[in-house]
Design a protein around this ligand. Sequence first.
Ligand code: DO4
Ligand code: MG
Length: 285
Amino acid sequence: MKLAKILNDVGIESVAIIDDGFVIPLDMQRDAKVKSLADILYSPEPEKLAKSLIVRGVTYSSVGSAHFLAPVDRQEIWAAGVTYKRSKVAREEESAGAAQFYDKVYSAPRPELFFKATPERVVHPGAPIRVRADSKWNVPEPELTLVISPDLRIVGYTVGNDVSSRDIEGENPLYLPQAKVYHGSCAIGPFITLSGAIPKLTDCEIRLVIKRNKQVAFDGSTSVAQMNRTPEELVEWLGKDNRFPHGAMLMTGTGIVPPDVFSLSSGDVVEISITGIGTLTNPVG
Ligand code: DO4
Ligand code: MG
């Protein structure tokens, strides 16, 4: 089952099941214990609970005509880095003086994990992501994103974009927070595929298409099978000495890096698709 957050016809935020191209709205007033998408996701039987909230007797709208919001409630957004060889090699090349650190973190037991965004900072599907005004080299990072409950279960999967400034990160790794965390640098959505419905992860393809003036400027793909760590391992490290009372989302790193001559420009459109989940599309503002 896939779940999403929508803005309904009268501008009210709600939750829906996505099924076969249709948006099936849920009645979020029906069960006093269920107020948010997260309440469904963290329940013992999310699919059963979601089905019990289906609004009967309404015409379902199509996915193409719905207004989706990022499927985030109060979760912190975290990210892992250098989990694919492609990312390790790209960082080593961009940051000559610090290359050894990327080599070490790729194979060390402890992964690179960093805080990426608060829920308020997350860019909704279709809304503009941004590049930093003080950076000349910016890329999207298409990442399988884990939806994690407060008791650290992976309850679902979504699509994330860890938009990053490569020149700032490359100048000095201590600038990483500025390369990664700024206004418009984190997009998530539109759908969450519940854990029970995701295809075998190693069969999942991640694809990044960047369009400029309606032409394809970059098209690349990888497989989750290329990831050097498991989602469970990343969650275990994230949960070490940390608490997530509202749950968390964890971007699992990029395995696709456009060629070094490429940098995002205002007006580009970034599409990230992951098998079994869906496509996250954002223009660059
Ligand atoms: O260390 C730099 C960040 C790496 C990253 O975000 C990634 O590999 O996806
Ligand atoms: Mg990343």
